[in-house]
Design a protein around this ligand. Structure first.
Ligand SMILES: Cc1cc2nc3c(=O)[nH]c(=O)nc-3n(C[C@H](O)[C@H](O)[C@H](O)COP(=O)(O)OP(=O)(O)OC[C@H]3O[C@@H](n4cnc5c(N)ncnc54)[C@H](O)[C@@H]3O)c2cc1C
Length: 318
């Protein structure tokens, strides 16, 4: 490591402290960059074979109890700028760094009478995570409003990219002509040249409109969420993607799994596609419940549910 680094390096950092499930193992190294320049210097200082994972607010992530090899970079520590971009009078644009919380962008847009970002209020992660997941709700998806992104690679170099350079789908974003970051795999795409890239910022294009109406929509959306999701207990949102034409929650519930528990993990009685940690769940408890729901839905309906949550790291041998 170079002495020019200004961020904080932590060894054997507990990932349970950084994921919304509050469960799971440690990561070998965690880096909290001071700013974007510092992040670039840090990435350059790593051996080229070092596995790197970018993590936002960990609201879609489980790290197995045996821990994660390599280095985690926490974006929300430093990449926190959000600002109006200069844009034609008819349209608005916002530049947002990857570590900014998505709900903050919804509020910022409404405050400046820019509309179309209201759905981000319901997604309790960072913009980096929203870009990686194409997060969305109530009819809106992150990449619907992206006009360009900036990425950083393993050598610390920045790249300006357009949406056309990605294949974008329901909760999936893949760099074209490059190897897929699997749903249970690393956070970045690996390029043909062997370089990985992560999101460091995005420009959102949003039409001008009625900010008061946007704020009312945000309020209504949040009220709906409070009524339908177990927000008082640690969880990671929807565990499975909805299969075409159906809802994972309906299928899980129809298998009689509502309220089923393994160790400290329980399939929520409020929303069957959510698994909550009642206090002392291990990552293994959570993953075992995910596997159980997957197997029972497959057996009863022949539907192969796909993970929406990302699972990383090594299990503990028993
Ligand atoms: C109560 C609750 C409700 C939720 N509701 C929704 C919803 O309605 N719709 C929805 O889509 N999701 C929902 N989620 C899931 C989650 O909030 C989103 O997927 C969110 O976008 C994840 O952001 P994050 O910063 O927490 O990402 P993390 O959980 O930290 O990471 C998720 C993935 O993105 C990768 N990643 C993170 N940052 C970067 C980056 N800068 N560059 C490249 N890769 C990166 C990570 O490596 C990981 O693979 C919900 C979660 C909770 C807890």
């Amino acid at each position: 490591m170079t002495s020019a680094l200004r961020g904080e390096l932590r060894l054997d950092e507990s990932m349970a402290r950084h994921v919304s499930w509050h469960a799971g193992g440690t990561v070998d190294r965690a880096y909290l960059p001071a700013d974007l320049d510092d992040l670039a210097v840090f990435l350059r200082s790593l051996p080229s074979e070092e596995p790197v994972h970018f993590v936002g607010l960990g609201s879609n992530l489980l790290v197995r109890d045996g821990g994660l090899r390599g280095t985690v970079v926490f974006t929300h520590w430093a990449l926190r700028d959000v600002a109006l971009a200069s844009a034609p009078l008819t349209d608005g644009a916002i530049d947002v760094a990857a570590g900014v919380a998505s709900p903050k962008v919804a509020r910022f847009a409404a405050l400046h009478d820019l509309v179309g970002a209201e759905f981000l209020a319901g997604i309790p992660g960072t913009i980096g995570g929203a870009l990686a997941m194409n997060a969305g709700c109530y009819g809106g998806e992150t990449w619907d409003i992206v006009s360009r992104v900036t990425t950083i690679d393993h050598a610390g170099a920045l790249h300006e990219r357009t949406p056309a350079e990605y294949r974008i789908g329901y909760r999936t974003v893949v760099k074209r002509c490059q190897q897929i970051a699997g749903t249970s795999g690393a956070s970045a795409v690996r390029t043909r040249t062997g370089l990985a890239e992560w999101f460091v910022s995005a420009r959102f294009s949003l039409p001008r409109g009625d900010g008061d109406r946007s704020r009312r929509q945000v309020k209504a959306l949040l009220a709906k969420r409070i009524a339908s999701q177990p927000l008082g207990e640690p969880n990671a949102g929807s565990v499975f993607r909805n299969p075409p034409g159906d809802h994972a929650a309906r299928l899980i519930e129809a298998c009689g799994l509502k309220g089923r528990s393994i160790g400290g993990a329980v399939i929520s009685t409020k929303h069957s596609n959510f698994i909550v940690n009642t206090g002392d769940a291990s990552a293994r408890d959570i993953e075992a419940l995910i596997e159980l729901a997957h197997a029972e839905v497959k057996a009863k309906f022949g539907v192969e549910l796909e993970h929406e949550v990302r699972i990383l790291g090594e299990g503990v041998s028993t």
